[in-house]
Design a protein around this ligand. Structure first.
Ligand SMILES: N[C@@H](CCC(=O)N[C@@H](CS)C(=O)NCC(=O)O)C(=O)O
Length: 211
């Protein structure tokens, strides 16, 4: 298998943390996003949404989208389980992973990609070009603050997004919080439970190796 990767950016980081938790590693090819290599014809045939990460299987099949790759690898290498250990946890992990991605990750992506630092015409990832909507920067800020306070409340009496169990939902949330820090929006000191969770989870070897 071969991994199409680009170091230092959030979605490949989600996958790399997952791989480290599973003790998996694959040969890597870097797709240089700064040079626009994700939009080249040869890569587009492997990753139809022109994004990384993507995993090429030995039979040539390509799977892109972080969650899809993680689910494939979880099916192939169930130990340690990161998508839940029983039906209840499987449901809860999927739920919190979705909430963190939709309310947190997509909010900071909106803030970043519609702001002045990103290329004109590339406000959304993918094969089509879309102009920025400057209003989404402010909405992104509001959504991040709400994500922080909701996550803080949720973590008030529990160690992880799914209580007692480190899962992909924690990986998505951790990468989201770090993306927000990078974008200039760290969590406020009033979010004590969220900040405690963040410090604790950041100590995991999988996350230290991929910081
Ligand atoms: N929904 C995709 C998003 C992947 C994604 O956004 N990847 C970014 C790097 S973090 C990318 O490839 N960007 C290409 C671009 O900016 O055109 C996933 O979950 O993997």
């Amino acid at each position: 298998m071969k991994l199409y990767d680009f170091p230092g950016v959030p979605n490949p980081r989600r996958l790399n943390i997952f791989l480290a938790e599973k003790g998996l590693d694959f040969p890597r090819t870097h797709v240089d996003l700064l040079k626009g290599e994700q939009l080249a014809e040869d890569f587009r045939s492997k990753s139809p949404n022109c994004d990384v990460p993507a995993l090429e299987l030995d039979d040539g099949t390509c799977i892109s989208q972080t969650n899809a790759i993680c689910r494939y690898l979880e099916a192939l290498h169930p130990e340690p389980p990161l998508y839940g250990r029983n039906p209840r946890e499987i449901g809860l992990v999927e739920m919190w992973n979705n909430i963190c991605f939709t309310n947190g990750f997509q909010a900071v992506a909106d803030l970043f990609r519609n702001g002045p630092d990103w290329f004109e015409g590339r406000a959304l990832i993918g094969p089509h070009n879309y102009n920025k909507i400057p209003e989404l920067v402010e909405r992104g800020r509001l959504r991040i603050n709400n994500f922080y306070s909701d996550a803080d409340k949720h973590l008030n009496n529990q160690d992880y997004f799914v209580d007692g169990y480190f899962s992909v939902a924690d990986i998505t949330a951790l990468v989201t919080v770090d993306f927000c820090i990078w974008a200039g929006m760290p969590a406020p000191t009033s979010c004590k439970s969220l900040l405690n969770w963040h410090s604790r989870v950041s100590e995991r070897p999988s996350i230290r190796e991929n910081s």
